[in-house]
Design a binder for this molecule. Sequence first.
Ligand code: NIG
Ligand code: FE
Length: 402
Amino acid sequence: MSSSTTLVVHDATEVFTSDDDVIENGAVVVEDGKIVAVGRSDEVTREYPAANADRVVDASGKAVLPGFADSHTHALFAGDRSDEFAAKLRGKAYQDILAEGGGILRTVRAVREASDEELLAAMLDRLDAMCAHGTTTVEVKSGYGLDTETELRMLDVLARADDAHPVDVVPTFMGAHAIPEGGDAESYTEQVVDEQLPAVAEQGVAEFCDVFCEEGVFSVEQSRRVLEAGMDHGLTPKVHAEEFVHLGGAQLAADVGATSADHLLHADESDARAVAAAGVVPVFLPGTAFGLGAEYADHEPFVEAGATVAVASDFNPNCYAPSMAFATTLACVGMGMPPAAAVTAATRGGALAMDREDRGTLAPGQRGDLLVVDAPSHVHVPYRFGQNVVETVVKDGRVVAE
Ligand code: NIG
Ligand code: FE
């Protein structure tokens, strides 16, 4: 027997590798964190006998799929905004709450007051919840600091959380998430560019730079300045685009070669063509539309234009939804995605929206990030909502939740 660590998952009713590629009665083998075999159970276990493995999972009656890659969250936060949920149900608009100093600005106050240890503990609890629901890689944005000190603190907490937790945390700097109280968009944009970004680059944690390109927040020009300055500092752009109005964020994402353009509730067909042609991944966040009672985004023009689409949770105080499986339910029911497309968007699509080519499908060479669900096919993931169908979570070949 070799000295490598081997995990064998065998006799799955279905191995959902990606898209419509499904192997019945399948098996997956992971060695030293990487997938080495995917195929029919009898053939795979002949080459990799279960008896020789360090860990064996009998997946009879169950489906195996890639770990969820959640490419858009603001999951590091403090405070409680449940009263805003009630206010929104009474008809109050999200933007009005923000304009009155609530919403993001309220979370900013709570995060500034929280200690690093409190923030870390909250983040680790949420990573546990996301992991239990099958997320193996998650992007988390800063953006509840809106000053250099607190933005750096948030990013530092994300680095510590990544070290401490098996789920991979992909850190995004989002100093341009809102205009701080008492500030104005123009001078705050300057502050992000001249003060925050150099400090963030020197700290060396953030990989992406995101901006809320939205009416009443950052204009297309201000957003462009932030993203271009971020690129000068080695940060890859992402854009919150066309969430409440059609402003031009999707075209901007295409212009600067962003990795993703996210939300897109008000995007049009020319946005879809520009985004697809530039290789930008459109990220749909149906939980946000669901929580706000808004209309869902139209993903079809993006698919027709040839884009690889992603679905993410947008876990944040305005969308308290850590479950990617639930995001697939909403992608199916709210957006009309077929189940296989929704699961692919939540796995491969999400991985590409985080520049993580090494995960999101089940194929030799990919990371050993996979889920065993307590149901016989991937269709059951969006179909069974309001419960956790994820039974076993494997990250880098190790069982991390069961
Ligand atoms: O992606 N739209 C801006 N940012 C978040 C919401 C953050 C918040 O309300 O705290 C989003 O939905
Ligand atoms: Fe967001």
